[in-house]
Ligand binder design. Sequence first.
Ligand code: CTP
Length: 408
Amino acid sequence: MTQVLRDKHIILGITGGIAAYKAAEVASRLVKARATVDVVMTEAATKFVTPLTFQALTHHPVITEMFALLRETEIGHVSLAQRADLLIIAPATANTMAKLATGLADNMLTATALGTQAPILLAPAMETKMWENPLTQDNMARLQKMRDVTVVGPGAGRLASGGMGPGRMAEPAEIVAWARIILGRGGPLAGQRVLVTTGGTQEPIDPVRFIGNHSSGKMGYALVLSARDRGAKVTLVSAPTALPAPVGMQLVAVQTAQEMQQAVLEALPESDALIMAAAVADYRPTVAAAHKIKKGETGLELELVRTSDILAEVATQRAELGWPRVVVGFAAETQDLVANAQAKLKAKRLDLMVANDARQAMGADVNRVTLLDASGGVEELPLLPKEEVAERVMDRVVELLRGGLSTD
Ligand code: CTP
């Protein structure tokens, strides 16, 4: 987990809708990421969930109308509004959105919203008819024109009324992902475009079988979140994985090495840095059978041909165009880690090589890597969660991009 939420002051506003119970998970996720969370509830919200739930989750008193009347001086919601780095309203009802759009300040939450200069993240939740009503749409457009407002969701699906359609509040994980994006916008990779590949490619043998590997894609997914939370514009080229699509970036799904190469070369002119974390097949069946191969009495030989080396192709283009500015590779080894990785760093003309033992790394949540740079530097990192490895790699990418020109 990146540090972008750490020590940030977030006001979580909760309005009166059935989705209010899901706001408990939003609060919990923010607190786990070490944000300071102050909850402001409208009176209607307290009918759905008790303030005590949020007080227990955030370890802070919850601001409600009653509470504010009694203890305004102690809580100082005005100073809270001024100190906030972000105001999240989840769920946001049509009623509250209308109030925000017209500058009404008739309760603690709308007064806080009017009094803060922090960006606002709205997660609307309401019946489909209310959401689709031109008045609601107008209110939203008006709000987005005047304030730094990000609207997340609503998703489509089954609503509390039993109806189907748009109106469901976005999932807590998605809301928190957007909080991270908003707070990371001015980060050290702001304005930079980062292209990452991940997953293990699959080379079809017939319509139901393929040659693959044990790569889970976790390392690449950790890398893209780290880059995104530092303000980068991210493109992820992903071979199949079991991981949920990451929020706030372009995702290009591929299957084979050839598809991955095509996707990388297409995105390359628009990228400042390329990080190849994918486990790309070096061989593929010469032909993929059109129909399922039936078993016979004897053994079966598969004829394989080499796939092209994507990083080698990138190096050729880079030599000509001087682009992208930074290229990072991963070396999956099972023996002579540093020597083999160093040879690949040179051959593929990389700025940074992340060397790992493929037997330990593939599929695991932790990884022990050695970082090798083009000027001969070797840094051995301890066994770390992949999220933490991603942070260290991204620190280097930031440095390399700052350094400007490539090293080859
Ligand atoms: N790579 C690539 N294209 C390939 C194979 C690998 O771009 N066809 C990239 C990987 O994404 C990784 C780096 O090259 O960043 C090293 O991959 P690795 O599998 O460790 O090495 P190979 O070059 O395939 O060499 P070998 O399999 O012989 O170890």
